[in-house]
Design a protein around this ligand. Structure first.
Ligand SMILES: NC(=O)c1ccc[n+]([C@@H]2O[C@H](COP(=O)([O-])OP(=O)(O)OC[C@H]3O[C@@H](n4cnc5c(N)ncnc54)[C@H](O)[C@@H]3O)[C@@H](O)[C@H]2O)c1
Length: 261
């Protein structure tokens, strides 16, 4: 299939071949898109370069979203390769590890709260502000990654759940604002997947087991499934969809009580 042929996608958030951003990149590449990648820091550079090669891409650019200068510099680098592009994938988040365990009220700090919101939510707005002038083409699409903890109480997810709630509201306001430029903005709320970021959440294994036992599909989702949904949201097939949070979670978000056996 090549329903993303003639579209260009900038992918932010690859840390390893387990990253959700990698599942998205692979799916978009398999469906015909041309790709560029960012990496957070020097430590991740060669890993992202190697994965980019697998998608016939040599465009790899540093972008640490905690630094406004780094975001602006990333655009200056991208513009050396592309005049414009169609798809921006924001698949990144961060909160200090100590914020992701224990009791929310007792443990959450102001610094942890600010960091989680800055990196995981504000960065989406800042990237849209910086890259808006390059997001052209027929149906430009911005896609971010959320989690059910945005709308439900969860053990250990704590401040990251509050930051994801902010991300989803932020996504809707950005969608409202950029709609007049025909830029669509959506979130995918993914079920738990074992990645480097997930390893920072206490008792993550128990979350995977719980979804497997209790979700309608009785299994966890893969980065390919999230990637394929992102490809749809990036494509002209979804040209009427903006401001939405789409669940790719084996249906877990609809259940009202755990399975009886
Ligand atoms: N894994 C899950 O269970 C799950 C479920 C739902 C949503 N998500 C979300 O998916 C997204 C991707 O996470 P993942 O699970 O693939 O983990 P991952 O560890 O593979 O990716 C997280 C990425 O965030 C990047 N990042 C962190 N701070 C950054 C900064 N300051 N500047 C630039 N990049 C930065 C890291 O470099 C990394 O590439 C995150 O938003 C995460 O919250 C994950």
């Amino acid at each position: 299939m090549s329903f993303l042929k003639n579209k260009k996608a900038l992918i932010l958030g690859i840390a390893s071949n387990r990253s959700i951003a990698w599942g998205i990149a692979k799916s978009m590449f398999d469906n015909g898109a041309e790709l560029a990648f960012t990496y957070q820091n020097e430590k991740l550079k060669s890993r992202v370069e190697d994965l980019a090669k697998e998608c016939n891409s040599s465009i790899t650019i540093e972008c640490d979203v905690s630094s406004p200068e780094s975001i602006i510099k990333s655009k200056e680098e991208l513009i050396k390769n592309w005049d414009e592009f169609d798809i921006l994938v924001h698949s990144l988040a961060f909160a200090p590890k100590e914020e992701l365990e224990g009791d929310y009220v007792s443990k959450t700090t102001k610094n942890g709260f600010e960091t989680a919101h800055n990196i995981s939510s504000f960065s989406l707005l800042e990237l849209c502000q910086v890259y808006k002038s390059m997001l052209k083409g027929e149906n430009p699409s911005v896609i971010s990654l959320s989690y059910l903890g945005a709308v439900r109480g969860m053990p250990n997810y704590n401040v990251m759940g509050v930051a994801k709630a902010s991300l989803e509201a932020n996504m809707r306001y950005i969608a409202y604002s950029l709609g007049k430029d025909n830029i669509r903005v959506n979130c995918i709320s993914a079920g738990p997947i074992k990645t480097l970021a997930a390893a920072g959440i206490s008792d993550f294994r128990k979350m995977l087991d719980y979804v497997e036992k209790n979700s309608p599909l009785k299994r966890n989702v893969t980065i390919k499934e999230v990637g394929d949904t992102a490809s749809f949201l990036a494509s002209d097939f979804s040209s009427g969809i903006t401001g939405q949070t789409i669940y790719v979670d084996s249906g877990f978000n609809i259940i009202g009580m755990p399975a009886l056996e």
